[in-house]
Design a protein around this ligand. Structure first.
Ligand SMILES: [Zn+2]
Length: 97
């Protein structure tokens, strides 16, 4: 690619972590690798496990959208919000009966 530009990291607009100090600390992770992170699509994800990847030595992280704060129970985002941001992908279960 000839015209590759050094773009600054995308600024992710979100309000996650405002509900309680526990979530804020868990997301900031200064002394550890946070398992609760905001992805580039603006969705808050929690890593729920590790998966072996065929072509990688290190296991990959399995992320799932986080809808409620695990510490204080505040609703952080809705299924519809996550679906709108991700286009309905990323492990959001289709709940159609
Ligand atoms: Zn909280």
């Amino acid at each position: 690619m000839a015209d590759e530009i050094d773009e600054p990291a995308p600024i992710i607009m979100h309000n996650f972590g405002n509900c309680c100090a526990e979530l804020k600390d868990a997301m900031s992770g200064e002394e550890f690798e946070p398992l609760i992170t905001v992805a580039e699509d603006g969705v808050l994800y929690m890593s729920v496990g590790l998966i072996d990847l065929e072509d990688e030595e290190d296991p990959g992280m399995v992320d799932h959208p986080l809808f409620y704060c695990p510490f204080c129970g505040t609703q952080l985002q809705t299924v519809d919000e996550v679906r709108a941001k991700t286009g309905g992908e990323n492990g959001v279960d289709e709940d159609e009966a």
